[in-house]
Write a protein that binds this ligand. Structure first.
Ligand code: UD1
Ligand code: CA
Length: 464
C-alpha cells in the first residue's frame, strides 16, 4: 500500500527569537527537520513532502543537501493559515489512496517504531492519532471521548474549562487514509477562536463518516516533545544525550558523567572504553578496545585504535579525510590532529603539537610545541620541540619526508619539499632547505661567536 509522509514545517518559530528558520536549529548537531526526514526515510515512504513557509528556500536547500537520496518534495504554504491549511497544500502531491502519515518538523525525536505502528494501525482505512498523557496539557489539543470511543479533538484555546481538565493530548502526529483525508481537508472551516484551519477538525469528520478513529499512546514524552524555544531545545538535547549515554553504558562504556557527554553523530566503542567528562564526539568516531579519553576532548571523524590514550583537551577534527590514531598511541594533552593525520602504533603527540595531512610510522614522537603538515615520518623519528615543516610557499603545499630514526633538534624549520635520510640528525635551530643524506648530521644556523672583553652598555647619567 502506498505511503506518503507529510511534514509540517512552515511555522515561524517566533519564540526561538532567531533569524534562522526554527526547523534548521540543531539537536545533536543536526537540524530538527533532518531528524524527522531521516526517520521518515526509513519508513519506506513513496514521498516525503515537507510544508515550508518561513525561510523556505534555506530549509529546502539544506534538506536536499542532507538527504540527496530520499524522495523529498517541498510545498510552500504562504501565508500560514493553520495546520489543516498546511496539509491542504500537500494534497496535489499525495497518492490517490493508501496512508498519509503526518509529522511535525519541530518534533525531532519521534521513534521509527512509533511511526510504523501508526501506519500499520491505519492501513489506509482508519484514522490513527498519536496521543500522550500529560501532567500539564495546556496548549495541546484534547482528545474527546465517549466511553472509549474517540469523538473529536478540541484545541486548547477553544476548549471549555471541563475539556481543559482532560490530560490526554494530541501530539500533532497522525496517520490517515489518503482518499478520506483529501475530502476532509477540502471541508475544513476556520470558524474557531484562532481563525485557523485546524487539521484536528478532521477527527469529528471521520466520526461523522463512520471511519474508525484510533488513539495510540506514545512510548514516552520525549519522542513527542516539540521545540518552540531555546529552553525547550536545550531540554530535548539533554534528554537525547542522556539516552545516548545510557545506551553506551549499557554496552559497557564507562562514562565519568553521563550528564557531561555529547554525541553529535555516530560513536562506536569497543570493550573497556573509558570517557572522562565534557567530551564531544561529532561525525563518525570509532574507539577501539581499552581506549581512554581524557576530560574535555573534542573528536570528529576519527578512528582511535585499541589502547590509545587521548589526554585532556585534545582536539581532533578529521573533516572529510579523517584522522587515524594507532594502537597504544598517546595524544595530548592539548594536541591538535587535523584532516589526514595518520598516526601509527605507539606514536606520541604531546602538548601544543599540530599534525595535518601527515603519516607518522610506529613509535614516532613529537612531544612538544611542533607542527607537522604534509609530512611522511618514519618509525622512531624524534621530532624536537618547536620544530615545524614549512609546507606552504605562499602558493603551493610541498611534502617533507623524514625517514626512520631521524632525530630533529628543537626549533628546526624544514623547508619543503625536502627529504631527510634514515638515521640523520638535525642540529637544533637549523633551517633545512636541502636534502640530508642518511646517517649524517646537518646543522644550518649561524655559528656561535665568542667576543671577549666585551662590556654591556651602561645607562647615561641623567642631565638635570
Ligand atoms: C497543534 C495541534 C494540537 C496539538 C499540537 C501539538 C492543530 C490545530 N493543533 O497545535 O492539537 O496538541 O499541535 O504540538 O493542529 N504549521 C504549519 N503551518 C501552519 C501552522 C502550523 O506548517 O499554518 C506547522 C508548525 O510549523 C509546526 C506544526 O505545524 O511544525 C504545529 O503547529 P503549532 O502552531 O506548533 O501547533 P498548534 O496549532 O499549537
Ligand atoms: Ca498554532
Amino acid at each position: 500500500m502506498s505511503l506518503d509522509i507529510v511534514i509540517m514545517a512552515a511555522g515561524k518559530g517566533t519564540r526561538m527569537k532567531s533569524a534562522r528558520p526554527k526547523v534548521l536549529h540543531t539537536l545533536a548537531g543536526k537540524p530538527l527537520l533532518q531528524h524527522v526526514l531521516e526517520t521518515g526515510a526509513g519508513l519506506g515512504a513513496q514521498r516525503l513532502i515537507t510544508i515550508t513557509g518561513h525561510g523556505a528556500e534555506a530549509v529546502e536547500v539544506a534538506m536536499r543537501a542532507a538527504l540527496p537520496e530520499a524522495p523529498l518534495a517541498f510545498v510552500r504554504q504562504e501565508p500560514q493559515l493553520g495546520t489543516g491549511h498546511a496539509v491542504q497544500q500537500a494534497v496535489p502531491e499525495l497518492a490517490e489512496a493508501g496512508t498519509t502519515l503526518i509529522l511535525n518538523g519541530d518534533v525531532p525525536l519521534v521513534r521509527a517504531d512509533t511511526a510504523q505502528a501508526l501506519i500499520q494501525a491505519c492501513s489506509g482505512e482508519k484514522l490513527v492519532l498519536l496521543t500522550v498523557l500529560l501532567d500539564d496539557p495546556s496548549g495541546y489539543g484534547r482528545i474527546l471521548r465517549e466511553g472509549h470511543q474517540v469523538r473529536a479533538i478540541v484545541e486548547h484555546k477553544d476548549a471549555t474549562a471541563a475539556q481543559r481538565e482532560i490530560r490526554e493530548g494530541y501530539t500533532g502526529m497522525m496517520a490517515a487514509p489518503t482518499h478520506h483525508l483529501r475530502r476532509w481537508l477540502a471541508n475544513l472551516r476556520n470558524d474557531n477562536v484562532q481563525k485557523e484551519y485546524y487539521l484536528t477538525d478532521i477527527v469529528a469528520m471521520a466520526v461523522a463518516d463512520g471511519v474508525p478513529v484510533v488513539a495510540t499512546l506514545a512510548h514516552n514524552e520525549t519522542e513527542v516533545l516539540g521545540v518552540n524555544s531555546p529552553v525547550q531545545l536545550a531540554d530535548l538535547e539533554r534528554r537525547y544525550q542522556r539516552q545516548r549515554a545510557e545506551d553506551l553504558m549499557e554496552a559497557g562504556v564507562r562514562l565519568a558523567d553521563p550528564a557531561r557527554f555529547d554525541v553529535r553523530g555516530e560513536l562506536l566503542c569497543g570493550r573497556d572504553v573509558a570517557i572522562d567528562v565534557n567530551c564531544i564526539f561529532e561525525g563518525r568516531v570509532e574507539l577501539g578496545d581499552e581506549v581512554s579519553i581524557g576530560a574535555n576532548c573534542v573528536v570528529r571523524n576519527a578512528r582511535i585504535a585499541a589502547g590509545a590514550v587521548l589526554h585532556p583537551f585534545t582536539h581532533i577534527d578529521g573533516e572529510a579525510a579523517g584522522v587515524e590514531v594507532g594502537e597504544g598511541a598517546l595524544i595530548g594533552p592539548f594536541a591538535r590532529l587535523r584532516p589526514g593525520a595518520r598516526l601509527g602504533a605507539e606514536v606520541h603527540i604531546g602538548n601544543f603539537v599540530e599534525v595535518k595531512n601527515s603519516t607518522l610510522a610506529r613509535g614516532a614522537k613529537a612531544n612538544h610545541l611542533a607542527y607537522l603538515g604534509d609530512a611522511t615520518v618514519g618509525e622512531r623519528v624524534n621530532y624536537g620541540a618547536g620544530s615545524i615543516t614549512a609546507n606552504y610557499d605562499g602558493a603551493n603545499k610541498h611534502r617533507t619526508v623524514i625517514e626512520a630514526d631521524v632525530h630533529i633538534g628543537s626549533n628546526c624549520v624544514l623547508v619543503a619539499p625536502v627529504a631527510l635520510g634514515a638515521g640523520a640528525t638535525i642540529g637544533g635551530g637549523s633551517t633545512i632547505t636541502k636534502d640530508v643524506a642518511p646517517g649524517s648530521l646537518a646543522v644550518a644556523r649561524g655559528k656561535q661567536a665568542a667576543i671577549t672583553g666585551w662590556s654591556r652598555p651602561v645607562k647615561a647619567p641623567k642631565k638635570s
